[in-house]
Design a protein around this ligand. Structure first.
Ligand SMILES: NC(=O)c1ccc[n+]([C@@H]2O[C@H](COP(=O)([O-])OP(=O)(O)OC[C@H]3O[C@@H](n4cnc5c(N)ncnc54)[C@H](O)[C@@H]3O)[C@@H](O)[C@H]2O)c1
Length: 336
């Protein structure tokens, strides 16, 4: 396959970023875009006059495509991806892959049966700063990992039909799975629905990984400050990845505390605190979507399983489902 022929369904808020990257990639031919809204089709026609712009995604699927990219609202992912995979098309679907794990399982089954690539748009897995953070953790420089903490907060954007957890936490969960290279054992969540009854806009989630390692995820549509942060605290270093920073996305703090040897008189306790330097590694930044899309194209051309495969998407949905059950059930700890 010289050039991967791609069609994109959904050109709302996120779709245009995908469309631009596919259009710019020399190994792709962007054949067309489907969207239900006239105004979005006008935008596509004005920006990419050579590309088909249609209201009917079925018209797009009849164009001899190799792959389809789905950037429509999450409740529509399952039906659209199922139709594309059933036609033998490779699929990249936005996060979260589906709203129900049975639906994600079904998509994986169809993709396997038809020999199609199924990838989920877990964009942060392709972010050079997240990759650098993983390398740091793997190198042993951070020491034994004590705990992780993530925060994804802002004012809005409220999504019809979904709560803030299903909208925002797929990013943090996929980052945690990627960084830890392990699956969590249990989850609990606590949330509040402030603006709309029954739509949780603020959620606190705890994931327990093997060896009792705790990861806390805070997501909110109702916060005065935009925060996109992952903190990793280890025995040797503490690392903060701040996605809001333009250049200095990762800061490594040589900070820590060592517990004293046991003595029987309290006065003998001497905690040893370390307040060392802060190091800011130079990370060559490339747009994560560009890396993500290249990976999808490589997988389609080489028939390989993507890093953020349908199976990883399914893990994320299972965690979200368990967290949702917990939230509705007095924050009960749900086993995964
Ligand atoms: N990876 C990321 O960082 C990231 C960021 C934002 C959104 N997303 C995901 O992208 C998806 C879309 O989010 P959004 O914010 O762009 O939503 P949006 O509502 O702004 O856009 C969705 C578009 O899909 C169109 N659409 C819906 N059903 C359609 C159909 N059957 N045929 C053709 N067009 C159809 C709508 O007309 C709309 O223009 C969601 O799954 C969301 O979670 C991912």
């Amino acid at each position: 396959m010289d050039c991967v022929k791609v069609g994109v369904i959904g050109a709302g808020y996120w779709g245009p970023n995908l469309i631009r990257n596919f259009f710019e990639n020399p190994q792709t031919s962007l054949v067309g875009v489907a969207d239900l809204r006239e105004e979005r089709l006008k935008y596509i026609h004005g920006t990419y006059p050579q590309v088909i712009a249609t209201k009917d995604y079925k018209e797009l699927l009849d164009q001899g495509l190799d792959a389809v990219v789905i950037a429509t609202p999450t409740p529509t992912h399952h039906a659209l991806a199922k139709e594309c995979l059933s036609r033998g098309l490779n699929v990249m679907v936005e996060k979260p892959i589906t709203l129900r794990s049975e639906h994600a399982e079904e998509l994986i089954e169809i993709a396997d049966k038809n020999g199609c690539v199924l990838m989920v748009g877990h964009t942060f897995e392709y972010n050079p700063a997240v990759r650098a953070l993983k390398e740091l953790m793997k190198s042993g420089d951070v020491g034994e990992i004590y705990y992780l903490d993530t925060a994804r907060l802002n004012l809005g954007l409220f999504q019809g039909g979904l709560n803030a957890m299903w909208d925002l936490a797929p990013h943090d969960i996929s980052i945690l799975l990627y960084l830890m290279d392990q699956d969590p054992i249990s989850v609990n969540a606590f949330g509040t629905a402030c603006v709309f009854k029954e739509t949780h806009d603020v959620i606190y989630m705890n994931l327990v990984f093997p060896n009792n390692l705790l990861a806390h995820v805070h997501v909110s549509w109702l916060d005065p400050c935009k925060v996109r942060r992952v903190t990793v605290v280890g025995s040797k270093k503490m690392v903060v990845y701040n996605d809001i920073e333009a250049l200095e996305k990762i800061k490594i703090y040589d900070k820590g505390v060592e517990a004293p040897e046991y003595t029987d008189t309290f006065g003998d306790f001497q905690f040893s605190y370390r307040y060392g330097d802060v190091r800011i590694p130079n990370i060559r930044f490339t747009e994560p979507l560009r890396i993500e899309i290249q990976h999808f194209i490589d997988c389609v051309r080489n028939h390989t399983e993507p890093q953020s495969s349908g199976r990883v998407g399914l893990k994320v949905v299972r965690i979200l489902e368990a967290a949702q059950r917990s939230m509705m059930n007095g924050s009960h700890q749900e086993m995964l």
